[in-house]
Structures are given as C-alpha cells and as structure tokens.
Design a protein around this ligand. Structure first.
Ligand SMILES: Nc1nc2c(ncn2[C@@H]2O[C@H](COP(=O)(O)OP(=O)(O)O)[C@@H](O)[C@H]2O)c(=O)[nH]1
Ligand SMILES: Nc1ncnc2c1ncn2[C@@H]1O[C@H](COP(=O)(O)OP(=O)(O)O)[C@@H](O)[C@H]1O
Length: 214
C-alpha cells in the first residue's frame, strides 16, 4: 500500500507509464520529510510542534519504550508504550525506521507517516542522526535535514530552569560533542536562540521547498 510514497523519484517516473499514477500531477510525487535533528535539549520537539502548526503539516510523533518524564504527556512528546507492545509493532514491520538507544527503543509508525504524506505531501519528524540516515536512504533529497543546536551552557540553563534530573543534564552535555558534529550534514542549520525566530526561519526555508506541494 502506498508504495509510491516510499519509492525514489526515478523509479516512480518509470512506473508512471504503466499505471494510473501517470494521471496525477508531477508534484504529487515529491513528498517531503522535514527532519528536525540536532543536539538533545536544543528544542527540537518544541520547534517541530510549533512548525507543524505554522505550516499546517503533521508532526509524526514517535513511539518509545523509555520512561515518561514528569513534564511529558503521552501522545504529545512521544507515544509511550511497553517493550512488549513495541516488539509487537516491530514484528509487524510497523516502523518505517527505529532505533535502540540506552534509554529505550524509539520508532516512527509507517502508517502514520504515510497518512501524513498522503494528506499533506509533507510531514515533520524529530530523530537522531541514525534516523536522519535512514530517512535519507529512503527519500534521498526529499528528506530535508534541519539541524538545531544551542550552546552547552544554554542546554544546562534551560534544563536547570525546568528542574530536569541531574543525570539527564549530565547525559545531554556528555553527548553534546558527539551529536554536534552532524551539523555539517544538513540543508539548514540554526542556533535556537529565540523559539519564535527559529520557527519562522525554518518555516521560510521549508516553504521554498514544498510550496507547490501543499
Ligand atoms: N532514529 C530515531 N531517533 C529517534 C526516534 N524517536 C526519537 N529519536 C531520537 O532519539 C533520542 C532519544 O533521546 P532521549 O533523551 O530519550 O529523548 P529526548 O529527551 O526526547 O531527546 C533523541 O535524539 C530523539 O530525537 C526515532 O523514531 N528514530
Ligand atoms: N529558544 C529557546 N529558548 C529557551 N528555551 C527553549 C528554546 N527552545 C526550546 N526551549 C526549551 O528547552 C527545553 C528542551 O526542548 P525540547 O524541545 O524538549 O528539546 P529536544 O527535543 O531537542 O530535546 C524545553 O523545555 C523547551 O521549551
């Protein structure tokens, strides 16, 4: 089902002559995956949520087995599920991509992503660098990499302000150097100083890439 949404453009072009897809306007075959990535604590999820509202395209929330934190809400930050439920979804090949990190497993449901593409021709996801690689392999240049970062000091200040646990702050700061190197591999790079400015600038960038599709 909806294999064409996952098919590289060149292959889609080949198929056009043999099935009903030839009747559909060309831009329909150019779905965009707007990937928000970057350093943990940089504001990726918040940006994704606000960008989704600003652009009117869905933010596909991942499933995770990690423990929910006190300020998080199920279905908003993640769909928090048990290891058994995650495994059942994995067994059914329900995830378009997934990753196993120290804290838990994370995955984006293919059916939800495809529904978003079907309805809006673009979706927003928030993933780490492994997820970025998986989406680039599947969608090539139609997967737009937007890298958000802040300074280490800012991460610390923001998390402390929210009374985040010390071990989480330590972990984010410890992973910073390893994560920030991927900023070179992105189409759009932004230091998230002011959330409104960040969303506006990403919106402008994305609109130039998807304006004819939505
Ligand atoms: N590859 C991949 N990464 C994901 C997925 N869902 C979430 N992530 C990333 O995995 C990391 C999880 O780290 P964690 O500290 O638990 O979550 P955070 O506080 O939400 O960043 C973050 O960088 C997420 O953006 C997914 O489906 N695939
Ligand atoms: N530009 C900003 N200025 C101040 N605080 C911010 C900014 N962007 C995000 N935050 C806050 O930083 C924290 C981490 O944001 P979050 O979206 O969870 O980050 P990530 O998903 O990258 O780990 C949140 O409390 C968020 O509201």
């Amino acid at each position: 089902m909806w294999n064409w949404l996952r098919t590289p453009k060149a292959l889609v072009a080949e198929q056009e002559s043999v099935d009903q897809l030839a009747e559909t306007p060309a831009e329909t075959f150019d779905p965009k995956i707007v990937i928000i990535t970057g350093t943990s604590g940089a504001g990726r999820k918040r940006t994704a949520k606000e960008l989704s509202a600003a652009l009117g395209i869905p933010y596909v929330i991942p499933y995770t087995t990690r423990a929910i934190r006190s300020q998080e809400r199920d279905g908003e930050h993640y769909h928090f599920i048990s290891e058994g439920d995650f495994q059942a979804m994995a067994d059914k090949h329900a995830f378009i991509q997934s990753v196993h990190l120290e804290r838990g497993r994370y995955g984006i449901a293919e059916v939800e992503l495809v529904k978003g593409l079907e309805q809006h021709n673009a979706v927003i996801v928030v993933v780490n660098h492994e997820g970025v690689r998986a989406f680039r392999e599947k969608y090539g240049e139609d997967a737009l990499r937007i890298f958000i970062y802040v300074t280490k000091k800012d991460i610390q200040l923001r998390l402390e302000r929210e009374a985040a646990p010390f071990d989480l702050i330590d972990e984010y700061l410890g992973n910073y150097t390893e994560q920030v190197v991927y900023k070179r591999e992105s189409e759009f790079l932004i230091q998230n100083m002011d959330p409104e400015v960040t969303v506006q600038r990403i919106k402008e960038f994305v609109e130039t890439r998807i304006s004819r599709q939505i």
